[in-house]
Design a protein around this ligand. Structure first.
Ligand code: SF4
Length: 225
């Protein structure tokens, strides 16, 4: 299902404006276009908060893949401790660093290469390729899934919507070619702050006029997302 061009343009514009005005510009991995650092941040961000990940990221951001590969795994694990599952994370990060050293950092522009790395799926691959190389690939996390369901009525039949190929295909149609980073960051922040899982702030929402959920929210048959 392709979105009507006018609705799509309105959505993209509103999300990019949201990013420009309210986006979390201070997150350190949003201040770089370095593919290794962005990949590092995405690995750190799994199953933790951005505030916790930021503290660890700042300590590790200047280490090259070679440094991480050669680091004593216990020392690396200690640095990763605040994030939880730190031993697994340390081993995984060293395996990733080792593959990057072997193939060169230019390989981080390849979806195929990225998705062979341990713990790296479509989301991380898209986030790295978009933020480092400007590829208009959607960073479809739970926030984007929720926003798409509410605004466009796109629901997945799968238990894990992040594994739904057709939903990924639909998400791809939303990302503007000229501002893919800003769009992805905007959706993420908009979903985390305005279109929240519980009690979305529809009264201050800049896209309520095109939102299916908003239109139907007060009808008896409307469902909760
Ligand atoms: Fe989300 Fe409400 Fe905005 Fe729709 S109107 S996008 S449900 S915050």
């Amino acid at each position: 299902m392709i979105v009507d061009a006018e609705k799509l343009a309105q959505f993209q514009k509103a999300i990019i404006e949201y990013w420009q005005t309210h986006g979390r510009h201070h997150l350190p991995w949003r201040m770089t276009a370095d593919a290794w650092r962005i990949l590092l941040a995405e690995v750190l961000l799994r199953k933790t908060t951005s505030a916790q990940a930021a503290e660890v990221y700042i300590q590790l951001a200047d280490f090259t893949p070679q440094h991480i590969k050669e680091m004593d795994q216990h020392i690396l694990a200690e640095m990763l401790k605040p994030l939880g599952i730190y031993q697994v994370r340390a081993a995984q990060l060293q395996r990733i660093a080792s593959d990057v050293v072997e193939h060169g950092e230019a390989a981080l522009g390849s979806d195929e290469f990225l998705r062979k790395l341990p713990g790296v799926g479509r989301y991380i691959s898209n986030a790295v390729r978009c933020c480092a190389f400007g590829v208009p690939a959607p960073a479809m996390d739970t926030n984007m899934i929720r926003v798409m369901a509410r605004i466009f009525g796109w629901h997945s039949a799968l238990k894990r919507p992040r594994e739904d190929r057709s939903l990924w295909k639909r998400a791809e149609t939303l990302v503007p070619a000229d501002k893919p980073r800003e769009f992805n960051w905007g959706v993420l922040d908009f979903g985390a702050v305005v279109c929240t899982y519980r009690k979305p702030k529809c009264n201050i929402c800049p896209v309520s006029s095109i939102c299916i959920y908003y239109e139907t929210a007060y009808l008896p048959m409307s469902g909760s997302l």
